[in-house]
Design a protein around this ligand. Structure first.
Ligand SMILES: Cc1cc2ncn([C@H]3O[C@H](COP(=O)(O)O)[C@@H](O)[C@H]3O)c2cc1C
Ligand SMILES: O=C(O)c1cccnc1
Length: 570
């Protein structure tokens, strides 16, 4: 005789047999699609209509927040619903202030994008909700919080997500604003000690309907692929440390690097017999450019307002004259390039006296400062010149880089010190022939520029504060070349500093670089060390103009030819 199962009238009415028979029967298929659609369509909304939010809608949204999971079922969230326009205005001023403070910490490009972001929601949205966490209950008293004392805050974050999804489903916009100093926001709505705030939620009918996250549309970031955030069973042993900022640049993989060495091992000569040259050839083979037999000298030229401060032994028309001779193929850099079988292209990055005939033009549009009293370039020009360089760098063959610009060893010294946090005295040298009085002025100018701009700067900021336009173009060329897998041979101090800026922006760019030479200029050795590069030549050059890069490029092309034609063993 069997009896009917006593079904409880409260609680879970299902039986073990039912659950075993269909483990998935708890699903809500009629709702699941809708839920995923809401999750995917949730956006951080920053623009609002002034129309009021009906009380019943607000209540449903708040109830969804209140239905969130919480540690030990402690429900630590409190929602301060702000309707008072005066409080909203004060909150808006706090965010404006914080936005400027944070922008000042960012590199110029990021700062501009931060300032461009529409953050007016605090003022516009008819409702503000300050989400708070009442932390006055001792952690030990709440199941789960004794071990994870911050689990109460996480619970409040879960409540915020519930509010957000409910708002989205209702057609309301919501934005979570954390551009506040927490204590200032707490003071604004009178939170007692022990009650923390998680920020300000804007809530109202949206005056935008963004199809994709705003920061993604603004190019700030991108959603990572799911595979990059999910791991199986254990944290990977070789995770390579913190995730690097998103980058499209990739150095050649290990297989290519090892493959290049394996291939070299088959030559009828002891491995690495050609020393530093062999290592440079290995780099090119790993890039897939072992067959390169030609290339281009890119000579970037610009004058510098800092030259007016008496930091160079030269002045007047020298930059223009050398650049003109390079266009004509008769500067020492261009003749060295021709000797190495390279063609020369001159990039006018701001030569005094107007656009240089016969050159490619990538000249700054905005005002230019002398480093000591004003930034060298505007952030917009840095962006433009980097982009021009990038376009230029993506080309066939190999690239040798050169510069000409009276005063630019001062610029390069300031940039090196700014990027590396080095002492100005360590990186300031004689340039094109300074005497001790000029050298003293150079050091003073570099030190003053660093005091004004600060040191340890992010690369784009350093280029704007301290860099020269020709060095910015060259940094862009390195990035463009690296993206295209094009090898780049560096010249002296200034070119190496430009390459350093590029490598600090995109570390993978280092793999395409070959240091052409170690020059006599003070600071060059330090910069080469920072680049992790050993130079091919050490001729005590004091040339610039790409002469050293051209000489080294000739040697490198020889090295490639030697590699291709030397007898192989079995
Ligand atoms: C005739 C002449 C040709 C050059 N070619 C390269 N430089 C080198 O010297 C300059 C930097 O040194 P400073 O910072 O001391 O002015 C740059 O133009 C650099 O390329 C030259 C300099 C001169 C005078
Ligand atoms: O080392 C250099 O690059 C250098 C030195 C002096 C003048 N111009 C360039």
């Amino acid at each position: 005789m069997t009896y009917p199962r006593p079904v409880p009238v409260i609680g879970d009415a299902t039986s073990a047999a039912e659950r075993a028979g269909d483990p998935a029967a708890w699903a809500m298929p009629e709702h699941a699609g809708g839920l995923y659609a809401v999750v995917a369509a949730r956006r951080d909304v920053r623009r609002y209509r002034p129309d009021p939010v009906p009380d019943d809608v607000l209540r449903r949204v708040l109830a969804a927040g209140h239905a969130a999971p919480s540690v030990g079922h402690s429900q630590p969230w409190r929602f301060v619903v702000v309707r008072d326009p005066a409080t909203r205005d004060r909150a808006a001023v706090l965010t404006d202030r914080e936005r400027l403070r944070q922008a000042a910490q960012l590199e110029p490009d990021a700062a501009r994008r931060l300032l461009d972001l529409q953050l007016e929601g605090v003022r516009e949205a008819p409702l503000g909700i300050v989400v708070c966490c009442d932390r006055r209950t001792p952690a030990a008293g709440v199941l789960g919080r004794a071990t994870f004392p911050d689990a109460d805050l996480w619970s409040c974050a879960a409540a915020i997500q519930n509010l957000w999804l409910a708002a989205r489903a209702e057609g309301l916009g919501m934005g979570w604003v954390t551009l506040f100093r927490p204590e200032e926001l707490a003071g604004l709505v009178g939170l007692p000690d022990g009650v923390a705030t998680l920020g300000w939620l804007c809530l109202g009918w949206p005056d935008e309907r963004p199809p994709a996250p705003g920061l993604e549309r603004a190019g700030w970031s991108r959603r990572l692929p799911l595979e990059s955030v999910v791991v199986e069973d254990r944290w990977p042993a070789d995770d390579g440390g913190p995730v690097a900022p998103p980058s499209h640049l990739r150095a050649p993989g290990r297989e290519a690097v090892v493959g290049a060495r394996d291939e070299a091992d088959r030559l009828l000569t002891p491995p690495g017999s050609l020393g530093v040259l062999d290592r440079a050839v290995d780099r090119l083979v790993a890039l897939g450019r072992g067959d390169v037999s030609a290339g281009t000298l890119v000579l970037a030229a610009a004058d510098h307002p800092v030259a007016a401060l008496g930091v160079s032994a030269y002045g007047g028309h020298v930059t223009r004259d050398v650049a003109r001779a390079a266009v004509a193929g008769t500067s020492v850099g261009a003749t060295a390039a021709a000797a190495a079988g390279l063609t020369t292209v001159v990039v006018d990055a701001g030569v005094d006296g107007g656009p240089l005939p016969g050159a490619v033009h990538a000249r700054p549009a905005g005002p230019r400062g002398d480093l000591a009293s004003a930034p060298a370039l505007t952030p917009a020009d840095v962006e433009r010149l980097l982009a021009a360089g990038r376009r230029f760098g993506a080309r066939e063959g190999l690239l040798a880089l050169g510069e000409v610009g009276v005063g630019n060893t001062t610029v390069a010294a300031a940039l090196a010190a700014g990027l590396l946090g080095a002492d100005p005295a360590e990186v300031t040298g004689l340039g094109a022939g300074a005497d001790s009085a000029v050298l003293e002025r150079k050091r003073a100018v570099v030190a003053g520029a660093l005091r004004r701009a600060g040191s340890g700067l992010a690369p784009e900021r350093a280029l704007a504060e301290l860099g020269g336009p020709e060095l910015t173009v060259l940094a862009g060329v390195v990035l463009g070349a690296a993206a295209a897998g094009t090898p780049v041979v560096l010249d002296g101090f200034a070119v190496s500093v430009a390459a350093l800026a590029a490598v600090l922006l995109e570390p993978a760019a280092q793999a395409c670089l070959v240091a052409g030479q170690r020059s006599r200029e003070r600071g060059h050795e330090l910069v080469l060390q920072a680049l992790g590069l050993e130079p091919l030549l050490d001729l005590r050059l004091r040339a610039g103009e790409g002469a050293g890069a051209a000489l080294a490029a000739g040697l490198l092309l020889d090295g490639l030819r030697i590699r291709r034609t030397t007898a192989r063993v079995g």
